[in-house]
Design a protein around this ligand. Structure first.
Ligand SMILES: [Zn+2]
Length: 481
């Protein structure tokens, strides 16, 4: 089936932008084209989103989703929810149901309002305080109310299941699933955050001491301390840079025929910010390899860059001046204020961001395993910045979850298996510092294995730039974007 699915919305005018946004986001993720009509079509399947069914409508051809105005009231406030309920075995934050909606063939609760709650990251935005710019899984609504982390995927799965039941009933062809570039079933966006470039042997010695102490004291892992020390010694003997690793990564990726996005930082306003300065010609020349080799150059926004709108703008301008104009971005330490980030990114022409992930947990932060446009609540519209959710990070696995070797691989593999099953697309970050074998031994190998496994299982390993171009082309068919 290639015909768009007609959707008839029966709700107040004021809610239309949010409701269309949810339908467009969900149906885009599964490759079903949609069209909004004022009345049911004269033939074929259609979707009703309303509070009641009119008997004059062709209901035998319809998938009806309940619209419950009460479910939307929260979004007129600054409040958050404090309980959940279960419907169809799914966790919902808005429990209301509409009378007359059938449990077997319809969706009797307001799936759209529930999905909007998570896609808009409502909980972290209403609960945010200016001091805390990092969103941690262990403090999130997912832990607080025991909500599955992929909750929006689960809503989408129900939506598709009910749509397929309708197609079977009408004995019509189903829509094909979304196909990623090169016919891939799923896509993994590779990226590297350049956080450390040693200027000299003193920098290398300091980093070496810090790394070995971290393994010994914080991680209580003398084996990894020894392996890191051996890696460092070997690198020095071979006159290799054990920690910078940007040229080595580019060389290897070229050999494999893959390209990752590289995140380069230019701001220094916090002790956690990067050690190098793009103003130094030696640093600029070292990093120039990224654009020169045709790789995707992104802005790694500094720790405090979203505190003042001018700061982020300055950083984008400085990177543009020194290395080239970035189209993509990720925040260093995943530290940002939600609206300040996307507003600043729109202003400077950043088209895609990869900051939405939890530092301390793999998997989704907005419940969703597909690219999406975050929502601007103030102006009631999607931001024009594509979010490429961050699902897998080396630091998450090693430092927060204390995993290495086969245990780390099991988590990576199950994340990739689930992504393939859902035909999703998410991003990963592996820091260049692990590629010299002197930091978190074995983590370099995990990165290359992740690429191999993605390819072997029908997936595409690529950069943010390629997915952004693909998704924006696809988005032209959806009226919200
Ligand atoms: Zn960083």
């Amino acid at each position: 089936m290639s015909q768009p699915l007609p959707i008839v919305l029966r709700c107040t005018e004021a809610l239309l932008p949010k409701i269309r946004y949810v339908f467009d986001t969900l149906f885009m993720a599964c490759g079903v084209p949609v069209i909004y009509l004022a009345q049911p079509p004269s033939t074929g399947p259609w979707l009703l989103y309303g509070s009641a069914k009119e008997v004059s409508w062709p209901l035998d051809r319809c998938l009806a989703i309940a619209h419950c105005p009460k479910s939307w009231q929260l979004f007129d406030s600054y409040a958050d929810i404090d309980t959940t309920t279960h419907i169809f075995g799914l966790t919902t934050v808005f429990p209301e149901k509409a009378p007359g909606f059938d449990r077997q063939s319809d969706i009797p609760f307001d799936l759209v309002a529930n999905a909007f709650y998570f896609l808009s990251s409502w909980s972290e935005r209403v609960g945010s305080n200016k001091e805390q710019t990092r969103c941690i899984y262990s403090n999130s609504i997912f832990v607080r109310l025991n909500i599955p982390q992929d909750i929006v995927d689960q809503y989408l799965e129900l939506l598709i299941k009910q749509l397929h039941i309708l197609c079977d009933r009408l004995e019509i062809e189903k829509w094909n699933s979304l196909e990623w570039p090169q016919g891939a079933s799923h896509a993994l966006i590779l990226s590297h955050d350049v956080d450390f470039i040693p200027a000299n042997l003193i920098d290398i010695a300091k980093q070496g001491a810090k790394t070995i102490l971290r393994h010994l004291v914080r991680q209580r892992d003398p084996v990894d301390a020894l392996r890191a020390a051996t890696g460092l010694t070997l690198a020095l003997l071979q006159k290799r840079d054990p920690y910078g690793c940007v040229p080595e990564i580019i060389k290897r990726e070229k050999e494999l025929g893959v390209q990752a996005s590289f995140q380069v930082a230019v701001g220094h306003r916090h002790p956690n910010d990067v050690n190098y300065r793009i103003e130094d010609d030696s640093v600029r020349d070292y990093l120039r390899l990224i654009p020169d080799a045709g790789f995707d150059l992104c802005l790694h926004g500094s720790y405090r860059s979203t505190e003042k709108p001018a700061w982020y703008v300055e950083e984008a301008a400085l990177l543009t001046q020194r290395l080239g104009k970035p189209l993509g971005s990720r925040q260093h330490f995943l530290s940002f204020n939600y609206d300040a980030l996307f507003t600043a990114q729109e202003q400077v022409g950043i088209q895609y961001d990869m900051s939405m992930g939890f530092p301390d947990r793999t998997g989704p932060r907005a419940g969703f395993s597909y690219p999406y446009f975050p929502y601007c609540l103030k102006e009631d519209r999607p931001y024009n910045v594509l979010q490429l959710n961050l699902f897998l990070m080396d630091v998450t696995l090693r430092s927060y979850m204390n995993l290495k070797g086969i245990k780390a691989w099991e988590v990576i593999k199950s994340t990739l298996d689930e992504l393939r099953h859902k035909r999703g697309c998410v991003s990963t970050v592996w820091h260049p510092i692990v590629f010299g074998g002197a930091r978190d031994p074995g983590y370099d190998r995990l990165f290359w294995e992740m690429i191999n496994y993605t390819r072997e299982t029908g997936g595409l390993a690529t950069d943010g730039r390629s997915i952004n171009a693909f998704w924006r082309h696809h988005a032209k068919n959806y009226s919200s974007f």
